[in-house]
Design a binder for this molecule. Structure first.
Ligand SMILES: *Cc1c(COP(=O)(O)O)cnc(C)c1O
Length: 453
């Protein structure tokens, strides 16, 4: 038996409102050709993000009812604490409202007041945008150290999220005093959801030890990363995925986590810190802006949902289905002649918009053109990751199809594939776009566009 089925059945359903192409053309025009501005009821399949969009299980919903809302010391907190300590082996655990709250606290402590005037640098395999923003907020430089194969979209390699350890060593040899912490993001969201190997994590650890540096993980997709290690890294095929996760966390001094990804919850995050003194300082900042240390800006019910989510995400049937279903979309698109970043990552497929719409120059936003066409043709909402989002810094013009956890069935994904392959047939006739309204910053969220006919 080779077919991998969804390892769940459906207990509660949410209707999708069907729309016609004519309606969608109108909706898109009304939204200034910006998919962020389309109300979600007007979307058939929403692949904008995999963050906070997962489906909770019946046990998570049961946890929501069981949640104890005491201000301090609620049993819901202790259930959450126990699950996270067991999973990571790290004693000091703070709940936060989402990943960026953990980042805000960590980087305020490592780069904020008291560190002014120091020429600080935080290296990472590839910074996620909120991580970079929280670091740069303190005048610290955030730099990415991916390997050359990681930066090449068509190179097939098993661990394209790896950090370039040679570059890290060279940086530390020259400027160790300027580096407060070395971050590694697993899996690398900014690089197509590509995984990082255990061998690479051990090598980063060794360099950090040599220079006496803290090593922190941005561990939003630690379970997906562990599954890739089990599948792809020699010697780990037979290991329990929980063991791999534990070894991953054993290598670090702490981690920031958004539970909206591998926690399979709609809101929540964690900050893990091994060092007692740093943990004390983080607890004080948490109380200042998030909430008391046993709820950290969440409700007791959210802690219950996280505790259960972090338990379910480590089930191998779930991970097999999760990674395979993303890979399936990638394989079918490739077979249909669509260029994607290879190999498929854990949580998303990235389509090369310049290959799809070769007639549209970069400054007329080929990714925007294709995301609009996917919406008009099939009601699919995807996300442009190219010149609209990143301006002149965009290395590639990509369209991200981020896949929510446990939400869509295979026939939904077949529909997505069919839509994209049909659009491909006329993609070389799609118009480019121009921006007609532009905010001062983060323009991809609110800018208005119009097609250049
Ligand atoms: C989502 C994400 C974050 C930020 O988490 P939020 O919960 O959105 O604040 C940080 N790093 C990575 C790699 C992420 O994917």
């Amino acid at each position: 038996m080779k077919t991998i089925i969804e390892p769940f059945r459906i207990k509660s359903v949410e209707p999708i409102r069907m729309t016609t192409r004519e309606e969608r053309c109108l909706y898109l025009k009304e939204a200034g050709y910006n998919l962020f501005k389309i109300p979600s009821e007007r979307v058939l399949i929403d692949l904008l993000t995999d963050s906070g969009t997962g489906a909770m299980s019946s046990l998570q919903w049961a946890g929501i009812m069981r949640g104890d809302e005491s201000y301090a010391g609620a049993p819901s907190f202790f259930r959450f604490l126990h699950v996270v300590q067991e999973m990571t082996g790290i004693e000091h655990v703070l709940p936060t409202h989402q990943g960026r709250a953990s980042e805000r606290i960590l980087f305020e402590l490592l780069c904020g007041p008291g560190h002014e005037g120091e020429g600080r640098i935080v290296p990472n395999n590839a910074h996620f945008d909120t991580t970079r923003a929280n670091i740069e907020h303190h005048g610290t430089k955030a730099i990415d150290l991916l390997t050359p194969e990681g930066e090449s979209p068509s190179t097939l390699a098993p661990f394209k999220g790896n950090m370039d350890v040679g570059k890290l060593e060279a940086l530390l040899a020259e400027r160790a005093d300027d580096v407060p912490v070395v971050m590694v993001t697993i899996t690398s969201n900014s690089n197509g959801g590509q995984p990082v190997s255990l061998e690479n994590l051990r090598a980063v650890r060794a360099v950090c030890d040599k220079y006496g540096k803290l090593m922190f993980l941005d561990a939003c997709r630690f379970a997906e990363n562990a599954w890739f290690i089990k599948q792809r890294e020699p010697g780990h095929e037979k290991r329990d995925v929980r063991d791999i996760v534990r070894e991953t966390f054993d290598l670090c001094d702490g981690a920031t986590v958004s539970a909206k990804k591998d926690g399979i919850v709609n809101i929540g995050g964690i900050l893990l810190i091994r060092d007692e003194a740093l943990f004390e300082q983080a607890s004080n900042l948490l109380i200042l802006t998030e909430g008391y240390i046993t709820y950290g800006g969440l409700a007791g019910r959210d802690l219950e949902a996280m505790a259960q989510g972090f338990t379910e995400v480590l089930e191998e049937d779930y991970l097999r289905y999760r990674i395979r279903s993303t890979e399936y979309v990638g394989e079918r698109l490739l077979a249909g002649g669509v260029s994607i970043v290879q190999p498929p990552g854990g949580h998303a497929i990235y389509i090369d918009a310049e290959a799809l719409c070769p007639q549209i120059p970069k400054h007329e936003f080929p990714g925007q053109a294709a995301t609009c066409a996917f919406y008009e043709h099939g009601g699919i909402r995807s996300c442009e990751i190219g010149s609209v989002m990143m301006g002149d810094a965009a290395r590639m013009e990509l369209i991200r199809l981020a896949i929510p956890r446990r939400v869509y069935t295979q026939s939904h994904m077949d529909y997505v594939i069919e839509t994209i392959l049909e659009v491909k047939e006329y993609a070389d006739t799609l118009p480019g776009y121009r921006i007609v309204e532009e905010p001062a910053a983060l323009r991809h969220f609110t800018a208005a566009f119009e097609p250049i006919r």
